[in-house]
Ligand binder design. Structure first.
Ligand SMILES: Nc1ncnc2c1ncn2[C@@H]1O[C@H](COP(=O)(O)OP(=O)(O)OP(=O)(O)O)[C@@H](O)[C@H]1O
Length: 326
């Protein structure tokens, strides 16, 4: 697979305790393309942090292989680490130093010019507050300083583990804007998150995992799909249903409302009904979202036998949200 910044094959991690063996990551094939923001989405405990820790050499894989920039890790970590920035655990900053002083210390320790600090502060929009002490920062500002610290070495890959955890809505918005901006500048970002809307808003592509297994992977737009159904209110629902079924639509009727599956825009449904002398009271697109995809996929994995759905491929259309069930 050319152009992959991160690639794992059959990655596995088990923890053994007195209670027995727990498999945290199971046969994971992760493929993150170069450029843009890739979401790594899964519920709490699904194995995101464990995977990231293995990629960064903080934890040893039980089985499988990992490539970063096409080089096998952990063997070649010393060669690839200079190209990677990561915020996995809260980094330590000196509380009585300002944000800028903290970053300058860091820059000098790795031989980066002071101008890299200015750039990093500007990228995370902390340039107005850089002379305030770190201890006076809000959680969101602390998190943005942590991201700025990784930007000093101008990484090609940025790995962020749940960067919006614990932030208030304003902090969340700022971090998401920063991440989108970094993706747009050509940095490849791996964003781990358990928040569906976050991945939907920020990411170009995503991998969904549950119980350490990959459930689906692909472009976010393919995972979500286009509008796949419409809710239709019409005076004679039985006749309208028959007309639409005759025209080839898949239709479900509940409480005198019709749910009509269609990949086309709504005008085709309107025309078919109008030609039969049926006039619409209401026609509302039912947008499939990542949440419905996610719930559908994780339902099975919660049972402990999650399917390896489309590993490494775009999610097939059949997993689009089912408007008929809403
Ligand atoms: N050091 C460890 N020892 C034993 N079990 C562990 C260890 N680290 C993680 N686990 C277990 O592995 C599983 C995956 O945890 P992990 O932290 O990778 O999930 P996550 O998707 O990052 O979740 P979260 O969103 O809560 O951080 C969990 O069941 C967790 O309890």
């Amino acid at each position: 697979m050319d152009g992959m910044v991160i690639e794992t094959r059959g990655l596995q991690k088990s923890f053994t305790s007195r209670k027995g063996k727990r498999v945290a990551v199971r046969d994971l094939d992760l493929a993150v393309p170069a450029g843009g923001v890739h979401g790594f989405l899964g519920p709490n405990g699904s194995g995101k942090t464990t995977t990231i820790r293995m990629l960064l050499g903080l934890s040893r894989a039980s089985a499988g292989s990992m490539l970063l920039f096409g080089r096998e890790v952990p063997k070649h970590l010393p060669q690839v680490l200079p190209r990677i920035g990561a915020v996995v655990e809260s980094p330590k900053f000196a509380p009585t130093f300002t944000g800028r002083q903290n970053l300058l210390l860091l820059a000098r320790s790795i031989g980066a010019p002071d101008s890299a600090v200015d750039e990093a502060l500007e990228t995370v929009s902390l340039d107005g507050r850089d002379d305030d002490r770190f201890r006076s920062y809000s959680l969101g500002m602390k998190q943005r300083l942590a991201i700025a610290a990784t930007l000093i070495k101008k990484p090609d890959l940025l790995i962020l583990d749940e960067p919006t955890n614990g932030l208030d809505p304003a902090g969340i918005r700022e971090i998401r804007e920063t991440i989108r901006d970094l993706g747009a500048r050509g940095v490849t970002v791996l964003l781990s998150s358990h928040i569906l809307a976050e991945v939907q808003q920020v990411c170009d592509s995503a991998t969904i995992i549950g119980h350490g297994r990959m459930l689906a992977s692909g472009k976010v737009e393919d995972l979500i799909g286009t509008s796949s159904s419409y809710r239709v209110a019409v005076a004679e629902p039985d006749r309208a249903e028959a007309v639409l079924v005759d025209a080839g639509y898949v239709v479900e009727q509940r409480d005198r409302l019709l749910w009509v599956q269609s990949e086309e825009d709504s005008s085709a449904i309107t025309r078919v009904l109008a030609e039969a002398g049926l006039y619409l009271g209401e026609l509302v697109p039912q947008h499939a979202d990542l949440e419905s995809v996610f719930l559908q996929l994780t339902e099975d994995s919660t049972l402990g036998h999650g399917p390896d759905v489309g590993a490494g491929e775009a999610l097939p259309g059949s997993h689009r949200g089912d408007g008929g069930t809403r």
